[in-house]
Ligand binder design. Structure first.
Ligand code: 7TS
Length: 419
């Protein structure tokens, strides 16, 4: 019955065996258009291992109750499981204490929370927020809204033809006016891994605080927020093999303590009268209302799953797959890779001759190969390369070289049909 023990028992050791991993994901056994499903849309969302599915379903079957408010057994058990999940997230990203983890809906809500609490309470007209060309819309639009509300100015650090941040240009844009630097750890459209520690250090020298959008990094590499030294770090559970609708915001404790609340409601208060309400301590101050209890517990289980494999092992395996996939795609003349950073995660954005990416995606789907096509919610990044859309294959720990072979043969078929 012990889910954690189940998960860990499923994994033999830290040695990486993709064929064993595949067996943990029931959805990978299904067929699409009569073909084996080759799921290469992991940057959009990841699939869920049986252990996470079991955790969620067992919680509803055996433990379900609201948290932090009941003295009855189910409520106490639910509360303990929810808070244990917070501890899992804390250790996974090496935050120094569990109170630094706020459960939110996902990376989008994490970034909006920082913009609307820290940002709205501290920024003034003429202050600057610095982002980069490669940001997901979730790390652009909340800052634009904040600029409208405060009169702050949004500035954008450029990227080069490989899709890398132009570091000296970034540094030159920093000044005493820069109050917030908000930057992605890994680009979802280009795969670029940013030198986030260096970026943070430079921002701090100018007195700016740093939010790192870790949505694409946390499922694929070890994360250490204390080593990065950032002020905020946003992650999203559904890309980390956990349930949809749950994510976490890491915030340095003293920052969170100073920030005003995000939403008002139950749980985020210590006392309410019509004259004066006092707010709860962090993290509860930021978790108004009944949270996604089972989502958080499932998220904790996904972290157990990742820990049992080891993030170093996952990162090393995915680099091997990336090298294989890059070479295989480069063998096809019509394929043009968009995003060729030196330091790159296993995300391959590309075009195929003049064939519209949506048409490529449609033929690939007929072959059982799931990719995303479009601007990947990073329109400025894709347009920087003169395109309005690309095809994107984004890999994860359960993908194999056979999956890459299925992708390349489906691309060749597309060229035969439409090229
Ligand atoms: N930041 C980055 C870098 C992302 O890639 C995404 C989602 C988000 C933030 C938002 O995460 P959410 O869980 O709050 O939605 N990226 C993608 C993608 O690449 N395809 O679909 C969603």
């Amino acid at each position: 019955m012990n889910v954690q023990a189940d998960t860990i028992a499923q994994m033999t050791s830290t040695s990486f065996d993709p064929n064993r991993i595949i067996k943990d994901f029931p959805i990978l056994r299904r067929k699409v258009h009569g073909k084996r499903l080759v799921y290469l849309d992991n940057a959009a969302t990841s699939q869920k291992p049986q252990s996470v599915i079991n955790t969620v379903s067992r919680h509803y079957q055996q433990t379900n109750a609201n948290i932090h408010r009941g003295i009855h057994t189910l409520s106490v058990e639910s509360t303990n499981a929810y808070e244990a999940a917070r501890g899992n997230v804390q250790r996974f990203i090496n935050a120094s204490r569990p109170e630094e983890i706020i459960f939110v809906r996902g990376a989008t809500e994490a970034i909006n929370l920082v913009a609307q609490t820290y940002g709205r309470s501290t920024l003034k007209k003429g202050d600057e927020i610095l982002i980069s060309t490669m940001e997901h819309h979730s790390n652009i639009v909340p800052w634009q809204i904040l600029c409208e509300q405060t009169g702050a100015i949004l500035r954008v650090a450029p990227i080069n033809d490989a899709g890398e941040l132009m570091f000296s240009e970034y540094e030159q844009m920093l000044s005493q006016r820069t109050k917030i630097v908000a930057i992605t750890h890994i680009s979802n459209a280009l795969g670029t891994i940013n030198p986030i520690r260096k970026i943070t250090e430079a921002a701090h020298k100018h007195g700016a605080i740093v939010l790192v959008d870790g949505a694409q990094a946390a499922p694929h590499m070890p994360i250490d927020v204390q080593d990065i030294s950032c002020d905020f770090y946003a992650i999203t559970g559904h890309k980390m093999f956990g349930p949809v609708g749950i994510g976490a915001l890491y915030g340095r404790h003293e920052m969170l303590n100073q920030m005003p609340p995000y939403q008002g409601g139950g749980e985020m208060i210590l006392s309410v009268t019509f004259e004066k309400t006092t707010y709860n301590h962090v993290p509860h101050k930021f978790e108004a209302g009944t949270p996604n209890i089972v989502g958080a517990i499932g998220f904790g289980s996904a972290i157990d799953y990742l820990n049992a494999i080891g993030m170093e092992n996952i990162a090393a395996y995915e680099q091997e797959l990336l090298a294989y996939a890059t070479a295989a795609l480069q063998e096809i003349d019509q394929v043009q890779l968009i995003g060729t950073a030196q330091d790159k995660a296993a995300i391959l954005s590309f075009t195929v001759g003049d064939i519209h990416p949506h048409d490529v995606g449609t033929v690939l789907d007929q072959e059982g190969v799931a990719v995303r096509t479009g601007n990947h919610c990073a329109q400025p990044a894709v347009e920087r390369f003169g395109h309005s859309a690309t095809v994107r294959a984004s890999l994860a720990l359960y993908n194999t070289k056979e999956d890459i072979d299925a992708l390349t043969s489906a691309i060749r078929k597309t060229i035969e049909l439409l090229g």
